[in-house]
Ligand binder design. Structure first.
Ligand code: NAD
Length: 251
């Protein structure tokens, strides 16, 4: 008899950073539906609480900024004390400040690096300290970490490229601990993150034209790929970057 693939996270402990909105919110709901206890971590208290309430009994809100190394270490230790250990980290909080390189203030560059790159590093190692063999990390990279893109977005693209290679490095570094590390690399997804873009019908039409599947992604398009990488259905997959981009990068 063959064992069927298992996409469930029954009784597991999952932490979702940036869980208060967009992709993080959708994945937090999907993890809970798959049977996990979900810690919804976000810098915005109200957003984290709303999503935890939406999840119900297996949702728990946690307000922390991913750039605060000490607070994240303390928070992950608290989670581990409360639940025994951590099974899954969806390392997803991210921001963007988009300017042409020649005009970009250093403060904006540093802000993007702090959240998208250093924040991912802080959360990944804080989680791994409390993971047992079989733990899994899914990082949110971006299609823009795998391509040069088509508009000025230097800090964001630098950090998402870093997420791609941190994913590969950690996959190798933590394989002896039997911890798998993978990433999703979404194309444009309709969330508040790209509201300035989706508010412009001409830009949306252009992007749809550039996408072989001819539409932008919805958050529901991202949950399945993340759940695949977070579950034992992908037990032999580590160090992989999974584009969820409607075929954009295939061109
Ligand atoms: P979003 O703005 O809807 O949600 C991001 C969440 O992260 C917010 O709730 C925000 O409060 C939280 N956050 C930001 N900084 C934080 C910090 N320092 N500490 C803790 N929480 C913080 O955005 P989204 O579209 O859901 O983006 C989630 C991830 O997906 C990001 O890493 C983003 O780069 C990536 N991504 C988004 C798209 C897209 O088109 N929406 C495409 C590719 C990748």
């Amino acid at each position: 008899m063959l064992n069927p693939p298992n996409f469930r996270l029954e009784g597991e402990i999952a932490v979702v950073t940036g869980g208060g909105s967009g992709i993080g919110r959708a994945v937090a709901l999907a993890f809970a539906a798959a049977g996990a206890q979900v810690v919804v971590l976000d810098a915005r208290a109200a957003a984290a609480s709303e999503v935890a309430e939406e999840i119900g009994i297996s949702g728990h809100a946690l307000t922390v900024d991913v750039t605060d190394g000490d607070a994240i270490e303390r928070s992950f230790a608290d989670i581990s004390r409360r639940y025994g250990h951590i099974d899954v980290l969806f390392n997803n909080a991210g921001i963007n400040r988009r300017q042409p390189s020649l005009e970009m203030a250093l403060a904006d560059w540093n802000a993007v690096i702090a959240v998208n790159m250093t924040g991912m590093f802080i959360c990944a190692r804080a989680a791994v300290r409390h993971m047992v063999p079989g733990g899994r990390i899914v990082n949110t990279a971006s299609m823009l970490g795998l391509s040069g893109g088509w508009y000025p977005n230097i800090a964001y693209q630098a950090t998402k490229g870093a997420v791609v290679n941190m994913t590969r490095s950690w996959a190798v570094e933590w394989a002896p601990r039997k911890i798998r590390v993978n990433a999703v690399a979404p194309g444009p997804v309709r969330t508040p993150f790209i509201a300035a873009l989706t508010d412009q019908p001409d830009l949306v039409a252009q992007l749809e034209q550039l996408t072989p599947l001819r539409r932008l992604a919805e958050v529901e398009d991202i949950t399945g790929p993340v759940l695949f990488l977070a579950s034992s259905a992908s037990a032999m997959v580590t160090g992989h970057i999974l584009p969820v981009d409607g075929g954009m990068l295939a061109q």
